[in-house]
Ligand binder design. Structure first.
Ligand code: CAA
Length: 240
């Protein structure tokens, strides 16, 4: 069935591939971006997917933005909480700003977005929420205490909300990508990245499409028996 989907951080990287995969699955898709207007315009032109701009770390912005999307496209049936940032440094050098920006954007957004769609999903008796965690929320990562904490928090959030939504046909799942070919991973120092790739059993970075197809699968009407799960898509780098 054709559903309406909203993907945060949807104009670049994993979010872009997720949006495109959902569109290819026949859904009506909208995306949220924050700062990169040039990328957002290029994305909108290439895909004809409408783009909306707000900060997912801001609850009121999410409330107003979601109302705008629903006014334009109808009720949101599928929410993909993908938007995320890094601010990597060892804890003994991390500033409170680096900590809270990553926590508020990567974990706070889960509440800010989901809270503003969950009542409608429950009333309509259908919803699919897919939260993008990370391999580093599962195994930890040197220089990422903030990011790993947020991404691990997403897993607990996902399981709790899955329990609450189960009787209303609202499924909530997490995808934990490994290292994929995105701008975020390209920012990792070259030598460090080479070491990381050497530790990936399949011998390569993931592609954004590797993640997009898993999200589209979880968002399907027929995936109703999968909830509270974490799908690891990491080339065998970590098995929980
Ligand atoms: N394990 C153990 N020691 C490590 C280490 C590791 N993984 N990485 C670095 N070190 C050590 C270094 O060997 C070095 O030790 P010596 O001084 O004894 O030589 C020391 O720590 C300092 O290392 P750097 O010179 O790299 O320190 P830095 O301050 O310049 O940078 C850092 C630190 C920012 C954490 C940098 O190492 C880095 O960016 N690492 C990559 C972090 C990473 O993987 N981020 C993932 C981003 S992508 C993403 O997050 C998407 C996703 O979900 C997968």
């Amino acid at each position: 069935m054709r559903r309406t989907a909203l993907v945060t951080g949807g104009t670049r990287g994993l979010g872009k591939a997720i949006a495109v995969a959902l569109q290819a699955g026949g859904h009506q898709v909208a995306v949220v971006y924050h700062t990169n207007t040039v990328a957002a315009q290029a994305f909108a032109e290439a895909t004809s997917i409408p783009v909306f701009q707000w900060d997912v770390a801001d609850f009121e912005a999410c409330r107003a933005g979601i109302a705008e999307v629903e006014h334009a496209l109808g009720s949101i049936d599928i929410l993909v909480n993908n938007a995320g940032i890094t601010s990597d440094t060892v804890l003994h050098r991390m500033t409170p700003d680096q900590w809270w920006r990553v926590i508020n954007t990567n974990l706070g957004s889960m509440f800010n977005m989901s809270r503003n769609v969950i009542e409608g999903m429950r009333e309509r008796g259908f919803g699919r929420i897919v939260n993008i965690s990370s391999i580093n929320g599962q195994k930890g990562q040197f220089g990422q205490a903030n990011y790993a904490a947020a991404k691990a928090g997403i897993l607990g959030f996902t399981k709790a909300l899955a329990l609450e939504g189960a009787r209303k046909n609202v499924t909530v799942n997490a995808v934990a990508p490994g290292y994929c070919d995105t701008d975020m991973v390209a920012a990792v120092p070259k030598e460090t990245l080479q070491t990381i790739i050497a530790g990936i059993p399949v011998g390569r970075l993931g592609t954004p499409a590797d993640i997009g197809r898993v999200v589209a699968f979880l968002a399907d009407d027929d995936a109703g028996f999968i909830t509270g799960a974490t799908f690891e898509v990491n080339g065998g780098q970590y098995m929980d």
